[in-house]
Design a protein around this ligand. Structure first.
Ligand code: HEM
Ligand code: HEM
Length: 181
């Protein structure tokens, strides 16, 4: 049987991730401008919680991907298909690596990683101020790389859908007609 769209679980995770990454990026920039205080601590707490949720959902998505049939690739040049695969693989790697390295940054500061006040993950490494600072720089650079790649990925999807008219975005939605051409 040929499949032309992703399953509902994958679609839900994809769009939740998109919204969460936009929210995390914005909250990160806002956090930086805020003066120390309870409001900033609360926002950092939410930022950390949603970041950990993204990591967990990406891991779930990758596990699910291994055991469920995937839609056939969008017809096109093998080189373009390879580039799309490489982009998706890089985005998945970043959606795991960025939150994990950020967790290490929090641990290196000697703090636990709390998730919505429901549970917290105690430090798995010893406090280390230099390492925390280094991982802070890594976090800053990595989130800009993630944002840039996600932006290119989104533009590619829109070009497919609107210019090439192959219904690409409908593959990630429960409605619309994939493969319109
Ligand atoms: C995809 C997920 C994430 C995105 C897009 C994101 C984005 C950002 C951005 C744009 C900033 C401001 C720039 C900077 O100074 O680094 C920031 C700061 C920060 N993020 Fe994230 N973040 C993510 C996940 C996480 C996670 C999982 C944690 C912790 C477990 C975390 C902890 C922090 C902290 C503590 C800061 C302040 C850094 C500092 O002290 O300078 N972030 N984030
Ligand atoms: C933070 C933003 C985003 C991230 C991290 C992201 C990540 C991903 C990943 C990892 C895949 C591969 C799915 C798989 O094959 O397992 C994917 C597919 C897809 N994404 Fe995104 N995405 C983002 C935003 C967007 C936006 C804004 C759009 C639309 C404008 C979009 C449209 C699509 C489409 C249509 C597919 C399916 C491509 C295909 O059928 O080959 N994505 N996305």
């Amino acid at each position: 049987m040929t499949r032309s769209r992703y399953d509902t679980f994958t679609q839900a995770i994809h769009w939740f991730t998109f919204i969460a990454v936009v929210g995390l990026f914005a909250s990160g920039l806002i956090m930086e401008e805020m003066a120390r205080g309870p409001a900033k601590s609360q926002l950092i707490g939410l930022h950390i919680s949603f970041g950990v949720v993204i990591m967990a959902l990406t891991a779930a998505r990758l596990g699910w991907r291994l055991v469920t049939p995937q839609p056939d690739p969008i017809p096109g040049e093998p080189m373009v298909q390879l580039m799309a695969k490489a982009m998706h693989g890089t985005l998945y790697a970043l959606l795991i690596a960025v939150p994990f390295l950020a967790m290490m940054m929090v641990w290196a500061k000697g703090r636990t990683v709390g998730v919505f006040g429901l549970f917290s993950v105690p430090p798995m490494i010893a406090p280390d101020r230099d390492l925390a600072e280094f991982l802070g720089d890594v976090h800053e650079t990595a989130v800009y790389v993630l944002a840039a790649l996600a932006g290119i990925h989104a533009v590619a999807a829109i070009v497919h859908h609107v210019v090439l008219k192959d219904g690409a975005i409908a593959r990630m939605l429960p409605f619309g007609e994939p493969r319109q051409s």
